[in-house]
Design a protein around this ligand. Structure first.
Ligand code: ADP
Ligand code: MG
Length: 376
């Protein structure tokens, strides 16, 4: 967790989020060592995190790692076994106090959108606006419809909307009471694949325009990396790493994070005299992120992803043999079995076609330092 600053690169361009301009926006949500156990099962195991004003944080991890339970603890649908939850500088849960969900300034977007089928779009949105006057309510509904690009749909009922439009209405309804924090649990799981990509950009746009602090949950690494300001990778009820998407992707702090975030391959070797001899050739210590002399003599596993490597067919000895290839449309991914027995993947443009059983050299083409782990 402490490493995220250290990796900040000057050449990484940040997107135009206004919140990034302020170096220390106040934190709106804080979890302090929060745990939740059910009898023998520990669903959440000592999570601490702080979400800044206007930030979009995604909890990413495999099924069963505790994402939904974490959201339910924040919302007040579960009471923590230990730890503290604070919203807007107010303690909403600790060992003594427990504020009910309706008394927390928190909005929830459900997986199935949960719209009232017999109410119109406007009436659905108005549901969250109990204490405003008629005029104010009208104006606010119009603003929210505008925000979610549904002006003109006020009088439709949910069955007259597409999946994406339903999600926009659900979002508008949750944003209506202007919650301090909005929680979204697997918000795209009910949309087809094409719509998912479109809606994650759209949801990000809407959340940023509304300026709301949001926590989203997903098991889809591409979704998490593409839409979040920061990603928290969860494993067995714990946060393994939290940081900006490009930092977590390029500098995974554990093998679990590396493997969960993309097609991870490892080449191993002993670090000696400033270099390490591997199945893809000799790597210098300076190519390995943060490697110091204290590891001299140690055996290391170096992370190489498909976009870090190129296969080059050779008539000579080579590093290995192409044993499989996967066509994804824009690219070919070649699976290479190195002569060391290790398996790595090389990503090539779709126009680059090699045949199976070709002998190849594997060249490292990464323009960043590589992550590594002491060999197990
Ligand atoms: P995720 O959302 O990441 O898939 P969950 O938070 O739903 O994971 O669940 C985390 C773990 O806690 C799982 O092993 C699950 O079986 C367990 N769990 C969740 N809710 C309960 C419950 N009400 N009673 C018992 N075990 C639960
Ligand atoms: Mg879940």
């Amino acid at each position: 967790m402490s490493n995220e600053q250290q990796y900040t690169k000057s050449n990484v361009t940040t997107t135009g989020d206004s919140n990034r301009a302020d170096p220390t926006p106040p934190s709106v949500l804080e979890l302090g060592d929060v745990s939740k156990s059910y009898r023998s099962e520990t669903a959440v195991d000592g999570i601490s995190l702080s979400v800044r004003d206007g930030e979009l944080l995604t909890l990413l991890g495999p099924s069963g790692c505790g994402k939904t339970t974490t959201l339910r603890l924040i919302a007040g649908l579960e009471r923590p076994t230990a730890g503290t939850v604070r919203v807007d500088d107010e303690t909403v849960a600790d060992e003594r106090q427990f504020l009910a969900p309706e008394n927390r300034d928190i909005g929830l977007v459900f997986q199935n959108f949960a719209l009232f089928p017999h109410l119109t779009v406007a009436e659905n949105i108005a549901f969250g606006l109990t204490d405003a006057s008629e005029d104010q309510r009208h104006e606010r509904i119009a603003d929210l419809l505008d925000l979610v690009s549904l002006a003109g749909y006020a009088d439709r009922t949910p069955d007259q909307l597409s999946g994406g439009q339903k999600q926009r209405v659900a979002l508008a309804r949750s944003l209506a009471p202007e919650p301090a924090v909005l929680l979204l649990d697997e918000p795209f799981s009910n949309l087809d694949i094409r719509l998912r990509t479109e809606m994650r950009e759209e949801v990000r746009r809407i959340l940023k325009k509304a300026g709301v602090t949001a926590i989203s949950v997903t098991h889809d690494q591409e979704e998490a990396l593409s839409m979040s300001d920061r990603v928290a990778v969860m494993h067995d009820g714990c946060i393994e790493q939290i940081g900006r998407p490009e930092v977590v992707f390029e500098h995974p702090e554990s093998r679990f994070v590396a493997e969960f975030l993309g097609q991870a391959g490892f080449v191993s070797g002993r670090f000696e005299d400033g270099t390490i001899e591997t199945g893809i050739g000799r790597l210098t210590g300076s190519m390995l992120n943060g490697l110091s002399d204290e590891y001299d003599g140690a055996r290391l596993d170096v992370l190489v992803r498909p976009d870090d490597l190129k296969a080059v067919p050779t008539e000579g000895i080579g590093d290995g043999t192409i044993i499989n290839r996967q066509y994804t449309g824009p690219s070919f991914v070649y699976e290479v079995e190195l002569d060391t027995g290790e398996i790595v993947h090389c990503q090539h443009n779709h126009a680059t076609e090699f045949s199976l059983d070709n002998r190849v050299n594997v060249d490292l083409t990464a323009d960043h330092t590589l992550a590594w782990y002491p060999a197990e």
